[in-house]
Design a protein around this ligand. Structure first.
Ligand SMILES: [Zn+2]
Length: 89
């Protein structure tokens, strides 16, 4: 009833983003994008990756591993901006 999707945090939204894209929904019309520039930029990145993948693997649906890689790429980027380099090695 309440439109909870609008109130998702970016982390929660990005966690389900690969699934949304994989499901073939029109992800760009998701309410979160209407209010979140950050995730719109992220979607553009993902679309670039997905487009490149489609050219490499001419199949309808990318393999699950691809989305896992994208997911971990998102998490890596998150960690970078959040905690910065440790530099104590
Ligand atoms: Zn967001």
């Amino acid at each position: 009833m309440t439109d909870d999707r609008k109130n998702l945090s970016c982390a929660a939204f990005q966690a389900q983003l690969p699934e949304l894209i994989g499901s073939g929904e029109n992800v760009a019309s998701h309410p979160h994008f209407q209010s979140c520039e950050l995730c719109r930029a992220l979607l553009a990145d993902l679309e670039t990756i997905a487009e490149a993948a489609r050219q490499l693997f001419p199949i309808v649906e990318p393999p699950d591993e691809l989305w896992e890689q994208i997911e971990s790429a998102i998490k890596n980027e998150d960690g970078r901006t959040d905690s910065g380099p440790t530099g104590q090695d």
